[in-house]
Design a protein around this ligand. Structure first.
Ligand SMILES: [Zn+2]
Ligand SMILES: [Zn+2]
Length: 269
């Protein structure tokens, strides 16, 4: 099955409309496409409109391609409940600062650098540890089905190297969060979003973390975190190879069964 469950559109911060993303996925031969618009403290959608548009597309493509209605829910979202979402991607884009505000970890490198200097004694490892302490709680706060871009805090680290991702000061808190989340049974996404836009040479989670996930027996799914139609399957071939190299034999996919409920299937690598 060719699938992607992490898809953005013009209803949040994507470049293409839901209809354009759907048609592009269909032309690429997708079996299922899941939309996951942002609901977070800085990017939110008109939820009612989103549900109507995605549900309408599901009807239009019935029998040709399966369409799923999901959400990328940030753990700091405190707005209306996302009623009708068939699945939740739980993400951490912010950390809580001592002044009670939220600091965004994937906005710009300059913003991350400012957070580091103002709140973490100019120490990248302290900022990363604060991120992983927060990330460890993403399932508890969102009850997500899919754990989104686990190591997002490293998003600028290849273009602007700031810390060593193999340093124990980075890996220890990361591994602790990984183990906490693996124990929830939620599926980790292999997110190609930074890789397919040339921002990172690795996926989220990076390979050392993927290898640990394999040891922990965690399940994974492939996702492109597409913000534009061309990248709906961007990086998938390389991500599959990375998964095989880390010992994985399959990914997890979802589709609507005959009764209309979502069913989970394993797709061999
Ligand atoms: Zn995200
Ligand atoms: Zn996303």
């Amino acid at each position: 099955m060719l699938t992607n469950y992490h898809t953005h559109t013009t209803l949040c911060d994507g470049k293409n409309t839901p209809a354009e993303m759907t048609e592009a996925a269909y032309r690429k031969g997708f079996d299922a496409l899941g939309f996951s618009g942002h609901m977070d403290p800085s990017i939110r959608m008109d939820w009612g409109r989103y549900v109507r548009e995605i549900s309408g597309l599901r009807e239009s493509y019935k029998g040709r391609m399966d369409i799923l209605l999901g959400v990328e829910l940030d753990q700091w979202w405190r707005g209306e409940p996302v009623t009708g979402a068939e699945y939740v991607i739980g993400s951490t884009h912010f950390i809580s600062l001592p002044d009670g505000r939220l600091g965004c970890v994937d906005w710009t490198w300059e913003e991350s650098d400012r957070l580091r200097r103002e709140w973490f004694g100019a120490d990248w490892y302290r900022l990363a540890a604060a991120y992983y302490e927060t990330e460890a709680r993403v399932w508890e706060r969102t009850r997500c089905d899919i754990l989104g871009h686990f190591d997002l805090v490293a998003c600028f680290n290849h273009q602007r190297p700031s810390f060593d991702e193999e340093d124990p000061r980075y890996l220890r808190p990361a591994m602790e969060a990984l183990e906490t989340l693996a124990a929830t049974g939620a599926v980790f996404e292999i997110n190609c979003g930074a890789y397919n836009r040339g921002r990172r040479r690795d996926f989220y989670p990076a390979r050392p973390l993927l290898r640990r996930l394999r040891e922990l027996g965690a399940e994974v799914c492939l996702s492109s975190d597409a913000h534009q139609a061309e990248l709906l399957d961007g990086g998938f071939a390389d991500a599959r190879e990375a998964l095989r190299a880390c010992g994985f034999g399959h990914t997890v996919c979802w589709r609507h069964g005959a009764d209309g409920a979502l069913e989970r299937v394993e797709e061999g690598l």
